[in-house]
Design a protein around this ligand. Structure first.
Ligand SMILES: C[S@@+](CC[C@H](N)C(=O)[O-])C[C@H]1O[C@@H](n2cnc3c(N)ncnc32)[C@H](O)[C@@H]1O
Length: 242
């Protein structure tokens, strides 16, 4: 990957700062729910009986490693991220995989080093917001994800969402401002990163807007599974078969 180009990407520096406590912070801030949401995304992925899977923005690889563990046969799993410190943590965790394998690739999602029509499934855990919220490269990221998927292949997204119920919505706002922004900043020592997380989640797109964004960028067949009262969601779309 061209390091200079990556360094110009929004959020690059922020993600290089957080890997040390990233997993434990996820568990604390979601009270372990993040693992339940990833599990649901993994189930959808494995329902496809894929040969090749790409986990984009893999971070510390919780999603990619779970795919490897839950699969009933070996699958070719590639996990990419533009942060080497995140991938270092991921590679260490992957050593406990017991025979299963994940290939880690340092790559900016704007320029994926994979062939056209290569993967049956692409997944992304809690990073679609990073790629699309106030991000001027969103179109480029989505076009790379589409290019590398096989026709008919599925793109599965686990992401925070917006509850529709007004009481749940208020509770979600308080949770983000107090629990995620304040407590996350305090415990992690990275107040800027957790402020970004809270503010971007607070203002992120509704499921309808996510569907529109994906369909405007060439995907089809938007599906939405709300989780925990709509505070999170599993979305999926496909690459058209033509
Ligand atoms: C919130 S973390 C999510 C990590 C992981 N997928 C999970 O489920 O916990 C976001 C990850 O996306 C990566 N990232 C953000 N923008 C990226 C880009 N343009 N290209 C590649 N990786 C990116 C960051 O380095 C970080 O590891």
């Amino acid at each position: 990957m061209d390091r200079e180009a990556a360094a110009r990407r929004p959020l690059f520096r922020m993600f290089n700062d957080v890997p040390g406590r990233y997993d434990i912070m996820n568990r604390i801030l979601t009270l372990g729910q993040d693992e339940r949401w990833r599990k649901k995304a993994v189930k959808l992925c494995l329902d496809e009986d894929p040969e090749r899977v790409l986990d984009i923005c893999t971070g510390t690889a919780d999603l990619a490693l779970r795919i490897a563990k839950m699969a009933d046969k070996p699958i070719e799993i590639t996990a990419s991220d533009f942060s080497q410190p995140m991938l270092d943590v991921a590679a260490e965790k992957a050593q406990k995989l017991n025979g299963r394998k994940v290939d880690f690739v340092l790559a900016d999602t704007a320029d994926l080093p994979f062939e056209n029509n290569h993967f049956n499934v692409s997944t992304i855990g809690f990073a679609f917001r990073n790629l699309t919220y106030k991000n001027k490269f969103a179109g480029q990221y989505l076009s790379e994800i589409l290019r590398t998927l096989k026709p008919g292949g599925i793109f599965i997204i686990a992401e925070s969402s917006q509850p529709k119920n007004p009481i749940l919505k208020l509770g979600f706002r308080v949770y983000l401002k107090v629990w995620v922004q304040w407590l996350g900043g305090l415990l992690s020592g990275h107040s800027r990163a957790y402020r970004y997380l809270a503010v971007s989640a607070l203002n992120y797109y509704s499921p309808e807007e996510v569907g529109k964004l994906l369909e405007e960028n060439g995907f089809t067949g938007f599906q939405h599974i709300p989780m925990l009262g709509g505070s999170a969601a599993i979305y999926s779309v496909r690459k058209p078969r033509k």
